[in-house]
Design a protein around this ligand. Structure first.
Ligand code: GLU
Length: 439
């Protein structure tokens, strides 16, 4: 049966549509590859690649001009085998069901790799938040929360921020759920403001984690931090916090970019000055920066600059078969989810460029979400120092585990990360009696 499915990918893959389908396809391919190496039976393989349950929503929102707009929303719970489904929700015009399915699957493997007691989920609404008012975003979030209310909960599914959603979004989401239920539920969503039960260090966590993993990788390659040239694509929350942390440890950031364009200086950018520019405008975009230290380049050009570490921290599908041949980095650290396609992975491997996979590199966010959830369940507060110490320790341990598995099994870091994660989830499926014995 397994062979039959592999020979007929159209049958084996869940229904796909154009956008986001590469991400889903790649997530399924990584799981299948791990299952093949682990000699996992076809039933378990199928169970692990399919989403457990998914919700498609039509969300009516009253806009400021009095009209009612209908938005398409999604929540996919890929797996709840190891614990409640966990994962953020994003607001972006390109959100599709397939994209959310792929991202939900990545959350399952990320949580398993970090040994968090969670499964994986993701949500999203197809909308353009840059063209919506605060009131419209508030209403949309509440309509979305009401629709999800029966399917989320501290022991069912715990949402969090993702692309274009933030602490404020989580505050609206939490408030709506608490109004619906008439009870306080601080552990039902993570990434909340501190005042509403959020955790110290959650805001910086993903970027801090990406920086931590980058430092570990540079160290392993014998590149001193003071000599490392780093390029970061995407200057949203993740990219920004990554840069702040790396600058703090003496690294040279030679290029950064966002949708408005990129800045490059081989001698190192003046990050403080760039930060002042960002703070001077509401959209916080790099475009219009006038420091004479930087050359203006495009968001795509940053990916092919000479550097030691390239950190794509924007969206998926950035490094593909079209540009992987031009990448001049020694290592790519995936700050975003799915920025390197599986075709690009192969090209990069042939060229000796190491890729640190998303499910390891950007796991800092969900790790601190776990700390936040624990604090919510226990009514306690951790100090920033405790959060940072615990976060760094968990990421270091996962990194070492992945590197050791890659060496032992002679596979890439991505394959090693998937081997560890898939093995853990498959074991739970067997222990629960859902799949054949002897896996
Ligand atoms: N959206 C983040 C991710 O992709 C965090 C998810 C969470 O904290 O649940 O890992």
């Amino acid at each position: 049966m397994a062979t039959q499915l592999r020979e007929r990918p159209d049958v084996a893959l869940p229904h796909t549509t154009a956008a986001g389908s590469d991400l889903l396809r790649d997530a399924v391919l990584h799981v299948r590859e791990a299952c093949r190496i682990l000699e996992i039976d076809p039933t378990t393989e199928r169970l692990l690649e399919m989403p457990e349950r998914e919700l498609t929503l039509t969300l009516p929102v009253e806009m400021d001009d009095g009209s009612v707009a209908l938005f398409q929303g999604y929540r996919v719970q890929h797996s709840r085998l190891r614990g409640p489904a966990k994962g953020g929700f994003r607001y972006h015009p390109d959100v599709t069901l397939d994209e959310v399915r792929g991202l939900a699957s990545l959350m399952t493997w990320k949580c398993a790799l970090l040994d968090l007691p969670y499964g994986g989920a993701k949500g999203g609404v197809a909308c353009d938040p840059s063209r919506m008012s605060t009131r419209e975003l508030n209403t949309l979030t509440r309509v979305y929360a009401r629709a999800l209310a029966p399917l989320v909960g501290p022991h069912v599914d715990i949402p969090a921020p993702d692309v274009n959603t933030n602490e404020q979004t989580m505050a609206w989401f939490l408030d709506e759920l608490e109004r619906q239920s008439g009870t306080f539920q601080p552990a039902v969503v993570t990434g909340k403001p501190l005042e509403l039960g959020g955790s110290a260090g959650r805001g910086e966590a993903t970027g801090r984690g990406v920086a931590h993993i980058t430092r570990l990788m540079l160290d392993r390659l014998g590149i001193p931090l003071s000599e490392a040239r780093i390029v970061v694509q995407g200057f949203g929350k993740v990219g920004y916090e990554t840069v702040v942390s790396l600058v703090g440890s003496g690294c040279r950031i030679v290029a950064v970019s966002d949708v408005s364009g990129g800045l490059y200086n081989p001698a190192g950018l003046d990050i403080e000055r760039i930060d002042l520019h960002l703070r001077s405008q509401p959209q916080r975009l790099l475009g219009g920066y006038s420091g004479d230290d930087a050359q203006i380049i495009s968001n795509e050009q940053v990916l092919t600059l000479p550097c030691d570490a390239l950190i794509p921290a924007a969206l998926e599908g950035q490094i593909t078969s079209a540009n992987a041949h031009q990448v001049q980095a020694r290592v790519i650290v995936e700050g975003a989810n799915g920025p390197v396609t599986s075709e690009a992975d192969r090209v990069l491997a042939e060229r000796g460029i190491i890729v640190v996979p998303d499910i390891l590199a950007n796991a800092g966010g969900v790790v601190v979400s776990y700390f936040e959830w624990l604090q919510g369940l226990q009514g306690r507060r951790w100090t920033l120092e405790a959060v940072r110490t615990e976060l760094d320790a968990m990421l270091t341990s996962a990194f070492e585990h992945v590197v050791a598995r890659a060496d032992r099994s002679e596979v890439s870091l991505r394959q090693a990360a998937f081997l560890i994660a898939v093995e853990r989830v498959a074991r739970v499926a067997r222990l629960r009696g859902l799949t054949p014995q002897g896996v």
